[in-house]
Design a protein around this ligand. Structure first.
Ligand SMILES: [Zn+2]
Length: 231
């Protein structure tokens, strides 16, 4: 019964969210998500706020002595993008779509020879509460633009505390065995170049835990793209 609810509830929540979001987009005038200025076209930020986005360079993270991954991020964890990410406390798939578009426009993803896009998952209870997973919505945008499949190869098996509220010494511990391979989909990622997507990277503990979980699939390569990275 619990498994049935865990499968059905996120699906229903997602459908309701898509309907609500489409009604909202249709009825509401477009305003800048940061300064609230009215916009003439459907967008999230005005051009002045777009100019405030503080760009960061890519970062290499060592996972094991022989495996390391490159993390691409659009910006530091600062406004105006920080406000978009924090907006995940309430449903806002338009913001996720914009973050996906911004990732596509600013990161070197067009040239990346990845075979599959994998989002960092949420625990199903958190998914049910929010109605959507920001990382998954962003991954969906990138998957369409790259014309490669999105694969939910990972699942959260432990409801972890939010990384941002934990002391850095507890972050690795919090994520110990937080992920497992999603048996139904993981095979599709075997020996592939995986592009792993998340909204925010703080210390890198989540990325490390997720990449370690993917390693038994013997991926050709793993590259990571996030919206913001704490620098
Ligand atoms: Zn603005």
């Amino acid at each position: 019964m619990k498994t049935y609810i865990s499968q059905l509830y996120p699906f229903v929540a997602h459908i309701l969210n898509v309907v609500k979001e489409n009604v909202r987009i249709y009825l509401m005038p477009s305003i800048c998500a940061y300064c609230k200025k009215f916009l003439s076209t459907q967008d999230i930020f005005c051009s002045a706020c777009k100019d405030k986005i503080f760009r960061v360079v890519s970062k290499q993270i060592d996972i094991t002595p022989s495996v390391s991954v490159t993390v691409f991020a659009i910006s530091d964890y600062k406004d105006p993008l920080k406000r978009l990410i924090l907006g995940k406390s309430w449903s806002n798939s338009l913001a996720s779509h914009y973050m996906g578009q911004l990732m596509w426009d600013t990161l070197p993803l067009k040239e990346l020879d990845c075979d599959v896009v994998v989002p960092i998952p949420l625990h199903w209870t958190r998914y049910a509460y929010r109605g959507f997973n920001q990382a998954e919505e962003i991954a969906r945008v990138i998957s369409k633009k790259k014309n490669v499949p999105m694969c939910s190869a990972l699942k959260r098996i432990k409801k972890t505390e939010y990384q941002s509220v934990l002391k850095s010494t507890l972050r690795g511990q919090n994520l110990k065995e937080a992920f497992a391979l999603n048996a139904a989909q993981a095979e599709r990622c075997e020996k592939k170049h995986i592009l792993l997507i998340d909204d925010l990277m703080t210390t890198g503990s989540t990325i490390r835990a997720a990449v370690k979980t993917l390693l038994p699939l013997k991926p050709k390569k793993i590259t990571v793209a996030v919206v913001c990275r704490v620098v």
